[in-house]
Design a protein around this ligand. Structure first.
Ligand code: ADP
Length: 476
């Protein structure tokens, strides 16, 4: 145990405190899994409004200090909380963290420029000297550079994990210079400049010691311009420092054998309860017609990344030419929200839409559906397809990013698979995969086998945690 690395994980959000997306799931689950392996891991997050509202009474103040941001003097509070065996530190500053988690635009850049500097300051105020700082996404991107250039600190090694390369923390250089006192000579393509902007992710990729991303396949993809979105050059140059470690899911949180919120429980060995869940889902969305018609579901942020342009293109063809029901839970871009409301209105009994964020309903959909559609344009890892598999709901995915690493597309020659796949980002190819899935649905024995294959997968976080531990050890 004594030889285990001490790790401080830093991120903008994390379960159970604040969640806006999959990053929070990882920041929630990974420390627990690492702690179970004996790694001394702690977590540092901004003290967002939600944290203040729910945990104020149990937070201990460790230190207060002043952070200098150019000419500004900003308050820094460092607070601490133990939760389920993991120590959490919160960076407290009401100017930056009393509003939305992500304020958008330059306000958001300022929020996280402050956060980076505040984390560097906080390191000297906590009674924990990490061997490795595990930094996540662009919100933490300036930390390696600040530590090396302004704190002359190489005490901790830095691992930077890319959860989504689409968001990079881009801004005009004067903003970065003004807030963090970065000298002009760093504003070149060797350092923080990319595509005419100062870029926090670029700064991280240049200055961190190791780089990881959330699936092995995505680790390769981002070295090409289509996926790398401007970061492919630095990533290719540092290819020997880049690894892909697949995310996992919390196998207890998503467990159809025990969940009380489901209409019935079911497992790999006894799938009968899944029929009750399907009946409940049909009732929930007022679906009509044959109770045996297959249900295709989506639970997702409604953004272009998730392939909604393909779905929009093919949806009416699907609903009018196949005996299938469609259910969507999601929120996001208005153009897609409007589209799915329109579809539900035009095809009552065939399609159901719930615009919003609802974890309970998400579980019911995962449990009651037959297929889970995820035609992503790009997908660093993707959790939803793994969650669907856990409930014996077969994912139909575009073969990109982590979807390649987690879904074995049905092979009609061997009869094996854990889902269905298509390669080209094209609505016709997606429809071919959907039609193959619907054809297989008619073959009960094959369906049962594929469901069991999917439910038998070990997508737990323990496997990921072992790989992170090996990486941390290699860095120290
Ligand atoms: P991303 O992080 O890119 O949004 P992931 O597939 O990695 O995609 O993770 C998405 C997570 O958020 C899954 O746990 C999914 O079930 C959940 N989720 C997405 N949209 C909703 C929603 N509207 N209601 C409830 N849960 C949702």
């Amino acid at each position: 145990m004594g030889s285990e690395p001490r790790v401080l994980m830093v991120a903008s959000e994390g379960m159970p405190f604040v969640k806006t997306g999959g990053l929070a799931d990882v920041v929630g689950a990974l420390p627990k899994a690492l702690a179970a392996l004996g790694v001394d891991v702690r977590v540092m997050l901004p003290k967002h409004q939600q944290v203040k509202e729910q945990y104020q009474d149990v937070l201990d103040t460790v230190a207060t200090a002043t952070v200098h941001l150019g000419w500004r003097e900003k308050y820094l509070g460092v607070q601490r909380l133990s939760h389920e065996g993991v120590e959490y530190y919160f960076i407290d500053n009401e100017d930056y963290f009393s509003g939305p988690v992500y304020r958008g635009g330059d306000l958001e850049n300022e929020q996280y420029l402050f956060f980076c500097k505040a984390v560097c300051e906080a390191l000297s105020h906590i009674d924990f000297a990490p061997d490795v700082l595990h930094l996540n996404d662009w919100h933490t991107g300036m930390i390696p550079m600040l530590l090396k250039t302004q704190y002359q600190s190489e005490a901790a090694r830095t691992l930077f994990t890319i959860h989504n390369i689409q968001f990079q923390g881009k801004m005009g250089f004067p903003v970065m210079r003004d807030m963090l006192s970065i000298p002009d000579y760093y504003y070149t393509p060797e350092y923080v400049e990319a595509d005419g902007c100062a870029n926090m992710m670029k700064a991280a990729l240049v200055f961190c010691d190791k780089i990881s991303t959330v699936s092995p396949n995505y680790a390769h993809e981002i070295m090409n311009a289509y996926f790398g979105l401007g970061m492919e050059g630095i990533l290719s140059a540092r290819a020997h420092d880049v690894v892909g470690i697949l995310n996992g899911i919390d196998m207890d949180e998503f467990d159809p054998a025990f969940e009380k919120g489901l209409a019935a429980q079911f497992s790999e060995c006894d799938l009968r309860g899944k029929q009750s869940c399907k009946r409940a889902l049909r009732a929930q969305f007022s679906l009509g017609g044959s109770p045996h018609a297959p249900i295709i579901a989506m639970v997702s942020r409604l953004t272009r990344q998730k392939g909604f342009d393909l779905v929009r293109y093919a949806m009416e063809e699907l609903l009018t030419t196949a005996d299938v029901r469609f259910v969507l839970l999601g929120s996001g871009d208005k153009e897609y929200e409007d589209f799915f409301n329109y579809i539900a209105g035009k095809y009552p009994g065939r399609a159901g839409t719930y615009i919003g964020y609802d974890e309970g309903l998400a579980h019911q959909i995962y449990a009651g559906a037959d297929f889970f559609l995820m035609p992503s344009q790009f997908e660093p890892c993707g959790l939803a397809q793994m969650i669907a598999q856990r409930y014996g709901t077969l994912p139909i995915v575009r073969e990109t990013g982590g979807l390649v690493d987690t879904v074995a597309p049905y092979n009609r020659f061997t009869g094996e698979g854990t889902g269905f796949g298509f390669a080209t980002f094209n609505a016709h190819d997606m429809m071919a995969a959907v039609r193959l899935a619907l054809a297989v649905y008619q073959d009960k024995a094959t369906m049962r086998k594929l469901r069991r294959n999917a439910m038998g997968l070990d997508n737990s976080f323990e496997k990921s945690a072992e790989q992170y531990r090996a990486l941390f050890r290699s860095m120290v």
